[in-house]
Design a binder for this molecule. Structure first.
Ligand code: AMP
Ligand code: ZN
Ligand code: FE
Ligand code: FE
Length: 289
């Protein structure tokens, strides 16, 4: 019931720390969320839960509610699809094994991309390592930061628009589990799966209704439709499918600190939706700071 809610708004359910490709440590991120006026923030690093512990301690100190989460890299055939997973058991064997496999694949892929880039630009793997924290989930943002440090781009975004673009010739994909299987893994670990920014591709979407119906059967719980990268027409189509299949709709910033324009709280999730997520989750507890 509304009166029994332990968390406060505004609620932002998607943010990254330096455990993956955000520029702030988990504690700095939690403090930034509090300073931005948020009452609840989810930490959703790519393919890693390594920041949960530090973020929880910071949330208790800052007096903000933390929803432990992750952004799971998955695939639908060759397309990359991100799956937000909330409140699952971080020690679940299936999740632990699969995220380790993805992190390792991301590392090999980043090294291969740097090798290709190195043919045309004086960029080395050490330059990239200098931009990552130990055990971080490595991604293109770290390569972007190295390109900026070496003077080959002015900002992360410029690097993404050029050298790191998927059509640049330097791009390389990495292994990720099939989306349907990833939904199953999250559910089996007591978590709540929500597809991240599902409408970024416009009309040629990778989630036609038949696929969505199968994902819902497997336990898909929601769609992150309020996100700056979703395109209007695809978003409208998914709003009506969310209603038809009883999916929750979330809104979030996808904050990465400096280096991406997204600001904390630029999109938010309603308390009613967070209530439903909390009721569904059995894998871990929120931290009520
Ligand atoms: P990757 O997963 O390695 O292919 O890299 C893509 C990730 O980079 C996504 O999670 C983006 O959110 C993130 N990212 C961080 N900063 C930027 C930026 N300035 N432009 C585009 N993507 C970015
Ligand atoms: Zn990211
Ligand atoms: Fe994403
Ligand atoms: Fe993200």
């Amino acid at each position: 019931m509304a009166g029994e809610r332990q968390f406060r708004g505004p609620i932002d359910l998607h943010a990254h720390s330096s455990v993956s490709d955000g520029t702030e440590t988990p504690s700095q991120l939690v403090r930034a969320a509090s300073a931005a006026g948020l009452g609840t923030v989810a930490l959703t690093d790519h393919d890693s839960t390594a920041g949960w512990h530090e973020a929880a301690a910071a949330a208790r100190t800052a007096g903000i509610t933390l929803i432990p989460g992750m952004e799971f890299s998955t695939r639908v055939s060759s397309a990359s699809v991100h799956l937000l997973a909330y409140l699952f058991d971080p020690s679940d064997a299936g999740i632990v094994a699969e995220t380790a496999r993805v992190r390792q694949a991301r590392l090999v892929r980043a090294e291969e991309m740097v090798e290709r880039i190195g043919v045309d630009y004086a960029l080395t793997w050490d330059d990239v390592l200098a931009q990552t924290t130990p055990d971080a989930t490595v991604g293109r943002p770290h390569i972007a930061d190295a390109l900026v440090a070496q003077g080959f781009a002015l900002t992360r975004s410029e690097a993404f628009a050029g050298i790191l673009h998927w059509e640049s010739g330097y791009y390389q994909p990495h292994y990720a589990p099939d989306l349907l299987r990833a939904v199953g893994l999250v559910v089996a670990a007591g978590g709540v799966p929500v597809i991240a920014h599902p409408a970024t591709r416009g009309a040629g979407d990778v989630i036609p209704e038949a696929r969505l119906a199968r994902l819902v059967e497997a336990g898909l719980f929601g769609l992150e439709l309020e996100h700056r990268e979703n395109k209007t027409a695809a978003k409208a189509r998914l709003y009506s499918l969310a209603t038809k299949y009883g999916l929750v709709v979330t809104g979030s910033s996808d904050y990465h600190g400096e280096g991406k324009p997204n600001r904390l709280g630029e999109n938010t999730t309603t308390p009613e939706v967070l209530d439903r997520i909390l009721q569904q989750a059995t894998g871990s507890e929120p931290v009520f700071g």
